[in-house]
Design a protein around this ligand. Structure first.
Ligand SMILES: Nc1ncnc2c1ncn2[C@@H]1O[C@H](COP(=O)(O)OP(=O)(O)OP(=O)(O)O)[C@@H](O)[C@H]1O
Length: 283
């Protein structure tokens, strides 16, 4: 076996890292007669470095599915693995960014970003150097000594991204990370995320309600059914990169957007129309 093949087999080759495999995954929540299936029959392969968005009606189990990949909850049937290893609990090789920040209010921006390294026993000097480098990448060098409460929502999310990346994760799990931001900040954050992803090239699994956001960001779009959530459609987004905002008027973009709207409208009772992006949504 070549050295490269051995590294891949050992899961240590970063260029091949971040492959998620789900086989016939189902998640059942609740107890006794109150138990219900949240997602079912999920079979997926997400190759390393792919940027995947998940779109689906409210309550269809998107966050729950992300939680299973994070290791926060177990599948009730099937299997989920990262680079061939079964996911059995949370691990720093899976970075998570939620809609609301989870920063420690008593720590400075630098110490929040460096926190994961401190937990790993990395020395103070290296922690601060790596935190500074990441803060520069997310455009927050001038805010390194500030505290979370002194930052805007967009800046807090930048810190969250830096904090997740400092552990050099194989995958970033992002649950509506820009959902609470105003429209302009959201667009800026999308561009920042693509820039960061180009540098770090982790796999990204990104939940959103915004079709435009999904189409602008992802290599691939998974559309889910209402609960119990299944994969209704798996759409490649071959728009090329780098992405440009002009993409929104590209006929291929519009065609896929129409397809997504039709899929989501196939069960009107479950479509969170108010939460879809208003840009170009047909009447
Ligand atoms: N810990 C829990 N216990 C019981 N029910 C739960 C739990 N977590 C989620 N649920 C329920 O599971 C279903 C799926 O929730 P989930 O948050 O995964 O959906 P979602 O697609 O992410 O929704 P949204 O788009 O509104 O955020 C919902 O009906 C929710 O109320």
């Amino acid at each position: 076996m070549s050295a490269g093949a051995a590294r891949i087999q050992a899961g240590t080759d970063r260029s091949e890292a971040g492959h998620v495999a789900i086989r016939d995954g189902a998640i059942r929540l609740g107890q006794g007669t109150a138990a219900f299936d949240v997602v079912e029959a999920i079979s997926l392969d997400i190759p390393g470095r792919q940027f995947v968005c998940i779109l689906g009606p409210s309550g269809c189990g998107k966050s729950t599915l992300l939680g299973a990949v994070a290791g926060h909850l177990a599948l009730s049937r099937g299997s989920v693995s990262l680079d061939g290893r079964a996911i059995a609990g949370p691990h720093p090789d899976r970075g998570i960014v939620f809609q609301q920040h989870t920063l420690f209010p008593w720590l400075s921006v630098t110490d929040n970003v460096a926190f994961g390294l401190k937990m790993k026993g990395v020395g103070r000097r290296e922690r601060r150097e790596r935190a500074r480098a990441l803060l520069a990448q997310v455009g927050l060098s001038d805010f390194a000594g500030r505290y979370p409460a002194e930052l805007s929502g967009g800046m807090q999310q930048r810190v969250e991204i830096a904090r997740a990346l400092i552990n050099r994760p194989r995958i970033l799990l992002m649950d509506e990370p820009f959902g609470a931001l105003d429209a302009q900040t959201r667009l800026t954050m999308q561009e920042l995320l693509l820039d960061i992803w180009t540098r770090h090239r982790t796999t990204i699994l990104f939940v959103t309600h915004d079709i435009d956001e999904a189409l602008f960001l992802a290599d691939r779009l998974l559309v889910m059914t209402p609960r119990p959530g299944r994969i209704l459609d798996d759409i490649p987004l071959d728009f090329g990169r780098p992405r440009d905002r002009g993409l929104i008027t590209d006929p291929r973009f519009t065609a896929i957007k129409q397809r997504c709207l039709a899929l989501l409208h196939s069960d009107p009772g479950h479509v969170p129309l108010a939460r879809l992006s208003p840009i170009g949504v047909p009447a």
